[in-house]
Ligand binder design. Structure first.
Ligand SMILES: Nc1ncnc2c1ncn2[C@@H]1O[C@H](COP(=O)(O)OP(=O)(O)OP(=O)(O)O)[C@@H](O)[C@H]1O
Ligand SMILES: [Mg+2]
Length: 221
């Protein structure tokens, strides 16, 4: 079963002479529970594709269906709930809240939704991600890798059906990258989640069930 379907998706930024065709006619189906890697040169449209699938960007043209729902038909409020409950994001630049502790950052999506944390699950993922002894620290006190692990734990905590990870291992060395990407793969398999990961690292892409290559806003492989 497909969890994501994208029809003739176009996303343009700017107008006229300076217009950038970040996505230029993407057709794509992603099967539920699978791990898809997105690769491609810088500027090829990877982040734009991920943000459009995740309901952060509105398409210029074309449609995105997630679990049979056309995102264009959701109201602003419904879209906010969709983003909060269905999708876990790991952003390229972490996006942690500097004034909150590591624990508070991880639990933040649940707080927004007035839901209670599953304490067992919280301790399980923080342990797996090596954060158990850092929960009371603030983001700036952690390395780039530690901050990225916090962002990963925050994406997982709501047990969303889709995890969108934009270069989740960008700040790690080769070995840690393999470990963290492997962990993401195992966790998402355990919870039957669909994982989409952007990476520049072709070795990491090999962990995926499928690799999609973007070039100039189009799928080339
Ligand atoms: N908010 C924006 N406003 C204007 N142009 C944008 C915006 N976001 C992306 N672009 C442009 O769209 C194109 C695709 O950008 P995108 O960020 O999706 O690429 P990417 O493949 O994720 O690159 P990278 O590997 O460097 O992260 C680029 O030319 C970029 O400059
Ligand atoms: Mg990007």
């Amino acid at each position: 079963m497909d969890i994501i379907t994208v029809h003739n998706l176009k996303k343009y930024f700017g107008e006229g002479f300076c217009q950038v065709k970040a996505l230029d006619g993407i057709n794509l189906s992603i099967e539920k529970g699978k791990f898809t890697a997105i690769v491609g040169a810088s500027g090829s449209g990877k982040t734009t594709l991920m943000n459009t699938i995740g309901g952060l960007y509105e398409p210029t043209e074309g449609e995105v269906f997630v679990d049979g729902i056309n995102l264009a038909e959701l109201s602003e409020k419904q879209l906010t709930i969709f983003r909060r409950r269905k999708v876990g994001y790991v952003f390229q630049d972490y996006n942690l809240v500097p004034e909150l502790t590591i624990q508070e950052n991880i639990l933040f999506p649940l707080m927004l939704d007035d839901s209670r944390p599953d304490k067992m699950f919280f301790s399980e993922i923080t342990k797996l991600l090596g954060l158990s002894d850092k929960l009371n620290r603030f983001p700036h006190m952690l390395s780039g890798g530690g901050q990225q692990c916090t962002a990963i734990a925050r994406a997982l905590i709501t047990k969303p059906s889709i995890i969108l990870a934009d270069e989740p291992t960008g700040s790690f060395d080769a070995k840690t990258s393999q470990n963290v990407a492997g962990l993401l793969k195992i966790i998402t398999e355990t919870f039957h989640q669909t994982l989409i990961m952007i990476t520049h690292n072709l070795e990491l892409a090999q962990l995926a069930d499928r690799v999609i290559k973007l070039q100039d806003g189009r799928i080339v492989e």
